[in-house]
Design a binder for this molecule. Structure first.
Ligand code: GDP
Length: 433
């Protein structure tokens, strides 16, 4: 794992910051008099990436004296770390010791993220800005104590750290987008794939053999290349017998595993079924971007269209954020709307809200719509941060348990404020004592 070292003078708040980063409260510095702690390494995770954090706080009481101890931290960071968070007390400003450390770090050429700590309120922002003078780039205003700003800081840390290998998405973000075209049998998946891909398709991994082999195909759409994953089961009509549901859902799960986005196809000429909603739930639970396409639109009369809308309202409310396309694989109606819908959903899936903006939004929300009082107490959201994307994941820190209705309300408002079209959102709440 890549290594991050946190360095800085005594009392600038290194250990508090480390505790923030590793997300544990019990890891607060143990004051064991007489024992000089060695460096302490923790494992941390942010936005789905893991790394090691070295807390050099224990070197503060070093017999070397403060300056020598701080220099030793810097030297360790230079030698062993892949990136460094340099913590400066923004209230105090840069001291001579800080300046000396900057020189050491700069000479070493390791990436440095500058943490302007103890920015507990808006008045601290100016103190933080003053640290541009250190020549280490943007100072990240942080309150380690309250957790404010640590999200943006960690985002910068991830940028500075070398990419950890073997992410769950093979192929990396640069390759073609991976699309899972799913839906129950006979909704028209094969027809749609043939229509959009025509003869231009390229089979990527044809493992000859049974229909259970996954086949990915490269398809040109709207001038770009897309990878439709696991298309074997779409093209070769497997005649479904007993256990077919089970295999169909295995196949759907496998396709979702490999995909970034799910295009769920629904036969609009028939009543929306439990199987349809189950497939949509699988896509949402897998955390994929989602587009819902209503096929066979060419066959719909007015009455059916009326009932379809009511079924959608009733059965698909939980995914009303998903872009919708009404198309016909047979006539080609609205096929050109598929790619824009996919793009919208992927954009929502990858949206990152800066921590500052998120907390401004949460602050207003809490003020205008406080949580109802329960048992004489009123839980408050203290701050929040977006812990990841693809799909967006939020962590809210609150002073008490937030009830489900209030969490749904927050999710709804997040969507109104920041978009998130076509993507599930994960919201987790941590209660701080
Ligand atoms: P799959 O099992 O989801 O791959 O479904 P198929 O592509 O094999 O289609 C099932 C049936 O629906 C076939 O008879 C298709 O001709 C028909 N079909 C597919 N798309 C459309 C459409 O847009 N309109 C109409 N009228 N029929 C369609």
């Amino acid at each position: 794992l890549p290594v991050l070292a946190v360095v800085g003078r005594p009392n600038v708040g290194k250990s508090t910051l480390v505790n923030r980063i590793i997300g544990r409260r019990e890891a607060v510095v143990e004051d064991r008099p007489g024992v000089t702690r060695d460096r302490v390494t923790y494992e941390a995770e942010w936005a789905g990436r893991r790394f090691k954090v070295v807390d050099t706080g224990g070197w503060e009481q070093d017999v070397l004296g403060i300056d020598a101890a701080v220099a030793a931290q810097a030297e360790y960071a230079i030698e062993a770390a892949d990136a460094v968070v340099f913590v400066v007390d923004a209230k105090v400003g840069a001291t001579d010791t800080d300046e000396a450390v900057v020189k050491l770090l700069r000479r070493a050429g390791k990436p440095v993220v500058l943490c302007a700590n103890k920015v507990d309120g808006p008045s601290g922002e100016a103190d933080a800005a003053a640290l541009w003078n250190l020549g280490l780039g943007e100072p990240f205003p942080v309150s380690s104590l309250h957790g404010r700003g640590t999200g943006d800081l960690l985002d910068a840390v991830l940028e500075a750290l070398p990419e950890a290998p073997a992410q769950s998405f093979g192929g990396g973000p640069a390759g073609p987008r991976r699309v899972a075209l799913i839906g129950r049998p006979n909704v028209g998946k094969s027809s749609l794939l043939n229509k959009v891909a025509g003869e231009d398709r390229v089979v990527v991994d044809a493992t000859a053999g049974t229909t259970r082999d996954p086949v990915d195909e490269l398809v040109e759409l709207a001038g770009r290349t897309w990878k439709f994953v696991d298309t074997a089961g779409i093209r070769r009509r497997v005649h479904l017998q007993e256990g077919a549901d089970y295999y169909a859902s295995l196949r759907t799960a496998a396709a979702l595993e490999k995909a970034e986005i799910a295009v769920v196809l629904i036969d609009a000429s028939e009543t929306i079924s439990v199987q349809d909603t189950r497939i949509i739930s699988m896509a949402v639970d897998a955390g994929r971007a989602l587009v819902i396409a209503y096929n066979k639109w060419d066959t719909l009369d007015e009455e059916r269209r009326y009932y379809l809308e009511r079924e959608i309202e009733q059965d698909l409310v939980q995914v009303r954020w998903a872009p919708r396309v009404n198309l016909s694989a047979r006539t080609g109606r609205h096929l050109e709307k598929l790619v824009p819908a996919i793009d919208t959903a992927l954009a929502g899936w990858e949206t990152r809200v800066p921590t500052g903006r998120l907390n401004a939004f949460l602050g207003e929300l809490v003020a205008s719509h406080p949580h109802p009082v329960r048992g004489g107490k009123q839980p408050r959201i203290l701050f929040g941060t977006q812990a990841g994307v693809r799909p967006p994941r939020f962590v809210l820190f609150a002073s008490g348990f937030l009830e489900a209705g209030y969490r749904r309300f927050i999710e709804r408002r997040l969507r109104e404020e920041f978009g998130f079209e076509g993507t599930p959102i994960h919201l987790s709440v941590r209660v701080r004592e």
